[in-house]
Design a protein around this ligand. Structure first.
Ligand SMILES: Nc1ncnc2c1ncn2[C@@H]1O[C@H](COP(=O)(O)OP(=O)(O)O)[C@@H](O)[C@H]1O
Ligand SMILES: [Mg+2]
Length: 235
């Protein structure tokens, strides 16, 4: 059984339909990459999976639970966490406080142990634990956002453009971190502008354009598809 399975999803904002009959699957422990041009509906699909946008039609199953129409609060409890594209940290709070916010469902006695695990994964966060997130660089903030999402030990992590606006060196660092997180057994569904890099790392990928599925396959298949390369990977 896939971890996540979306089928026939139609969703949008108000009267505007953005996604039409979209499908997507993420298996246990997989990295799946969602690519496509600006305005394709990638962020809308992530928000729909996470319950921030309610689909008009279709099914979204997480393990064996139907989550279409459920709230993000419920969906988090099922084991999914989401790092949005923007505004993904509390700028006034320190790194440690951000992690504690991420762990809001944990008991006090679980919190310390889980923070420790996140610090082990990202030692830089431990060094900076007393610093305010608002004073940190883009790359460090992204690490805080991801670390906070990991506090509840999700089975699936949704990442919307984790490397947006970062220098090439930091992009590599973020990708390395995603690889490391995935190695702990966590499945990752990510949207990435660095489509080539993300497909190199992904088991499978989906191309979304105009709110519809266009192409899907293994990361290697998409990288080697001349049409995908020309249209979506910049030649
Ligand atoms: N909150 C919103 N209200 C109305 N339209 C929106 C909203 N967010 C996004 N859109 C529209 O939905 C379409 C898809 O946007 P988005 O999902 O952000 O695409 P992508 O992430 O692929 O760039 C765009 O036309 C965008 O203008
Ligand atoms: Mg987007």
């Amino acid at each position: 059984m896939p971890l996540l399975k979306a089928e026939g999803v139609t969703a949008g904002y108000g009267d505007t339909e953005i996604l039409r009959d979209v499908h997507l699957e993420v298996g246990e422990g997989e990295i799946v990459s969602l690519i496509g041009p600006n305005g394709a509906g990638k962020s809308t699909l992530m928000k729909t999976v996470f319950g921030l946008v309610h689909p008009r039609q279709g099914s979204i199953r997480f393990r064996d639970t139907e989550i279409a129409g459920r709230s993000p609060y419920d969906i988090v409890k099922e084991g999914m966490c989401y790092v949005p594209q923007v505004a993904n940290v509390f700028v006034q709070l320190t790194v440690e406080e951000n992690l504690e916010m991420g762990g809001y469902l944990l008991e006090e006695r679980e919190l310390a142990g889980r923070k420790e695990q996140v610090y082990e994964l990202f030692p830089k966060l431990r060094e900076r634990r007393r610093q305010r997130a608002g004073k940190m660089s883009g790359g460090e903030r992204q690490m805080v956002a991801i670390g906070s999402a990991l506090m509840l030990e999700p089975a699936l992590l949704l990442l919307d453009e984790p490397s947006a606006g970062l220098s090439p060196k930091l992009v590599d660092e973020i990708f390395e971190n995603i690889r490391r997180i995935n190695a702990t057994g966590l499945a990752v569904l990510m949207v990435e502008q660095n489509a080539r890099k993300s497909l190199e790392m992904a088991e499978r990928g989906y191309v979304l354009a105009g709110g519809q599925n266009r192409v899907e396959g293994s990361g290697a298949e998409l990288l080697n598809d001349p049409d995908v390369a020309r249209l979506y990977l910049g030649g």
